[in-house]
Design a protein around this ligand. Structure first.
Ligand code: URA
Length: 313
């Protein structure tokens, strides 16, 4: 199965997944800021490893693809846990654990003077991007440096949807450019995917919430037509919802992330797999193994869509 071992290493799963017969380097992954996986994380190794597949189609890419490495892998005995001090993470404290203040997203009626989202459903990419960059439909426009529209392959089969831009994204205008973004890139590499190559990345909300707070329900509601249009234009075969806030808002639920994981949902009739937010995974090592299980489910679902044209619910 093609798997990028370096990417798994970065996910903290490298010592659980090794090439058959290969020796295990005891050094921790350089990028991994946290401890190696707990023994119970070995359950992730029991899941079939994804195989990169891509149906031929012309692609518009924002970044060049990274080379994917391949090699047969098999689970090894889990290593003794090692703990490294956690470096500072510039992302906010996204918390994907059960959240006492989790709220059900609201589908709000348009308040007077909110600014119309009218006609978004007919916009092409250029007009949609221009509309987003000029958007003043909610208070988030007041403090943003710039909008963060989305990045990647606009004809991608995979669409990853996060919560909202953080500080770095607000400065650079691109989703997931901080530490969490590096981890996200590793997660993609572990699937033999890359940002910009058959992958499009966007957020539920296009402007940074001040202080990196969670977006408010009305902010999400005002921004949703943009995401809906992005999904309609990309026409992905699969959506991966990154984190609780993205998942709850896409799926219109206040269910916990743990209850949403492990099954196929739908957004705009596209199959959706829920996994943890990469910023949360930077701080929660055991859940990295669960995230790998989610990615394997995502890949299996994607294959089913390719094979049958439809993913089971
Ligand atoms: N977290 C998100 O959800 N999105 C980003 O773009 C960056 C961090």
């Amino acid at each position: 199965m093609p798997l990028d071992e370096a990417a798994l290493e970065t996910l903290g799963l490298g010592t659980l997944w090794v090439r058959r017969g290969a020796s295990i380097e005891p050094e921790p992954a350089q990028d991994d800021p946290v401890a190696q996986p707990e023994p119970h994380a070995a359950s992730a190794a029991a899941v079939s490893a994804p195989k990169a597949v891509r149906t031929p189609a012309p692609r518009e890419t924002a970044r060049g693809p990274e080379p994917a490495r391949s090699g047969a892998v098999a689970p090894s005995a889990p290593p003794a846990p090692r703990v490294k001090p956690e470096p500072p993470v510039e992302e906010p404290a996204w918390d994907d654990s059960a959240h006492p203040h989790a709220h059900a997203p609201l589908a709000l009626a348009e308040p007077p003077g909110a600014g119309a989202a009218g006609g978004v459903v007919t916009l092409d990419w250029a007009s949609l991007e221009a509309r987003v960059s000029a958007c003043e439909r909610c208070r988030l426009c007041e403090k943003r440096t710039q909008t963060v529209f989305g990045v990647g392959d606009r004809a991608a089969e995979w669409m990853l949807i996060g919560e909202a831009p953080g500080e770095n994204e607000d400065k650079q205008g691109e989703p997931f450019v901080g530490q969490a973004g590096k981890l996200l890139d590793s997660m993609l590499r572990a699937l033999s995917l890359a940002r910009g190559d058959n992958v499009y990345i966007a957020n539920v909300v296009k402007c940074r919430p001040p202080g990196n707070r969670n977006p408010e329900p009305d902010e999400v509601a005002r921004c949703e037509p943009y995401l809906q249009r992005q999904v309609a234009l990309v026409k992905p075969k699969l959506i991966v919802a990154l984190g609780r806030v993205a998942a709850q808002n896409l799926l219109k639920t206040d269910a916990s992330i743990s209850s949403l994981r492990g099954r196929v949902h739908r957004y705009e009739d596209v199959p959706v797999i829920v996994t943890y937010h990469p910023a949360y995974l930077l701080r929660s090592l055991p859940d990295k193994a669960k995230a790998w299980v989610d990615l394997c489910l995502a890949h299996d679902t994607y294959r089913q869509v390719l094979d049958k044209g439809q993913a089971p619910l």
